[in-house]
Design a protein. Structure first.
Length: 232
């Protein structure tokens, strides 16, 4: 049965909670502004950039057959995390739970409690089952999602390296063994040590829809990419 949601890898049914109504599968709203132009009919639409979307609220209506499970459930379900829904189990959203939850009596004299959980979700659904990409020679990789991806890239090698991903070239100075370029977090590190100063470049690399060429100069033994494919 799909009467569940999962929060940070744990299903609500583990707490005796069941989903009555899942959130609708919807497309997030593109972030735009409109402006009236004197002498022109209609309005001018101005976008903030390619694939810039607002967060959205995903609402689950749930039931707790036994109210004794509510304290543990409430302690578990809070703050930021990742959420999966039983009606859409192909991926997950980054989300946060910060609404008040009222556990209402379903029928007077019965134990069951019904309640609403609102997940404030970031706009993209991240696909599950995505394979890690390992490169030892120049290659083309194909985005399996429907919007650009922000990968995590680990480069293993030594010395000065220029890494080109699509139209972005990154310079890595004096690599001793490996370096990780975490595009979603905008971090560069190795074993917890910040190495941002070792990296130069005009932009963070992304993987657009379609094929992206990856090449490099210098002594590189292997490149490992967690692609983070995602869809709207």
């Amino acid at each position: 049965m799909a009467d569940w949601f999962a929060w940070n890898g744990v299903k609500c049914t583990d707490y005796g909670i069941h989903v009555l109504t899942h959130p609708a599968i919807s497309r997030p709203k593109e972030r735009v502004t409109t402006q009236a132009v004197p002498g022109r009919s209609g309005t001018l639409t101005i976008t903030e950039g390619d694939c810039v979307y607002d967060e959205f609220i995903a609402t689950c209506e749930c039931i707790a057959p036994n109210p004794a499970s509510i304290p543990a459930f409430s302690a578990w379900l809070h703050g930021p995390g990742v959420v999966m829904f039983g009606n859409h189990p192909t991926g997950f959203y980054y989300a946060r739970v910060n609404n008040q939850i009222d556990f209402e009596t379903v029928v007077r004299g019965r134990l069951q409690r019904k309640f609403i959980v609102n997940f404030r979700c970031q706009p993209f659904l991240y696909l599950l089952g995505v394979e890690i990409i390992v490169l030892t020679s120049f290659s083309q990789i194909v985005n399996q999602g429907t919007v650009f991806a922000e990968p995590i890239i680990t480069v293993e090698g030594t010395g000065d390296i220029d890494l080109t991903i699509g139209e972005v070239t990154l310079g890595i100075a004096g690599l001793a063994s490996s370096i990780t370029i975490d595009v979603p977090q905008r971090l560069v590190y190795n074993e917890g040590i910040n190495l941002t100063g070792s990296l130069t470049g005009d932009d963070w690399p992304t993987l657009p829809v379609g094929s992206t060429a990856i090449s490099w100069t210098g002594s590189v033994s292997r490149i490992t990419i967690t692609p983070n494919w995602r869809v709207l």
